[in-house]
Design a protein around this ligand. Structure first.
Ligand code: V07
Length: 238
């Protein structure tokens, strides 16, 4: 109820929706929307860095995305390499650290190699963490955490009664990162689509109609401004 403003969110997560629709509206193949979406990734990453955001998590590829046409999947799997070629120098100069979450095993070798190179070559950077969700699913991540904890218990390393929320959080692929303060989804859809289900429990949600390739620095700034004006009460007080 007071008029004070919240600080800049520490962690912003984005569901980058609308690339296919952006292309269709221009009579272009869907994949051209994905490539244009990568330009928005560059702009929003640098904008997040300038705003002082600590972590930017981007939903690049979901576990459901394998169901798309083969050609489209192949194109998407080439984007991390393309990103590396065009953006890595600038990321290093801006002190950005690349991280990836999701199951790397089904990814083609060239995709894994590109991702590993991006992670390795930015590992010493101390600024913005650019966290790509790649072959990621929220339920899968919770299931993997449960399995990991069960294995620890069976091995006698932990007792089941010590498994609390913090223990589950520490077994997720976001271990060590703060929970997202702000989730942005573009393209007018109002769903979570299996993204960060555990971590989004108290996150402020911000939906915009703009398609992802049209999302600019000003749109991130507007989302952050709206977040800072919101009153966060965590259910403590009415
Ligand atoms: C992808 C571009 C952005 C719009 C949404 C989907 C398409 C960047 C990456 C990436 C991932 C890992 C990494 C470096 C870059 C990426 C995929 C799709 C599969 F280490 N953009 N982008 N990966 N799109």
């Amino acid at each position: 109820m007071n008029g004070s403003r919240l600080p800049v969110p520490r962690h912003v997560a984005i569901i980058m929706d609308g690339n296919g629709r952006w292309a269709r509206a221009r009579g272009l193949p869907r994949v051209m929307g994905h490539r244009e979406g990568m330009k928005a990734v560059r702009e929003v990453t640098l904008a997040a860095h300038r705003l002082g955001i600590e972590v930017l998590t981007l939903y690049a590829f979901s576990t459901e995305n394998w169901k798309r046409p083969r050609d489209e999947v192949d194109f998407l799997m080439a984007l991390p390499q393309e990103f590396l070629q065009t953006e890595l120098e600038s990321l290093i100069q801006n002190n950005v650290r690349v991280r990836v979450m999701g199951d790397p095993n089904p990814l083609p070798p060239h995709t894994r190699a590109a991702v590993e190179e991006a992670v390795r070559r930015t590992a010493a950077n101390t600024g913005l963490i650019l966290n790509f969700a790649l072959n990621y699913g929220g339920r899968m991540d919770i299931a993997r955490a449960a399995r990991k904890l069960a294995e620890s218990a069976v091995a006698g390393e932990i007792r089941p009664e010590t498994i609390d929320e913090a223990a589950v959080a520490a077994a997720l692929s976001t271990a060590g990162l703060p929970d997202p303060d702000l989730l942005i989804r573009t393209s007018g859809e109002m769903r979570l689509s299996n993204f960060m289900l555990f971590e989004l429990a108290y996150t402020e949600l911000w939906f915009v109609d703009k398609l992802w390739p049209d999302f600019r620095r000003e749109d991130l700034e507007a989302a952050v401004e709206a977040y800072r004006r919101r009153d966060r009460r965590f259910g403590g007080l009415g």
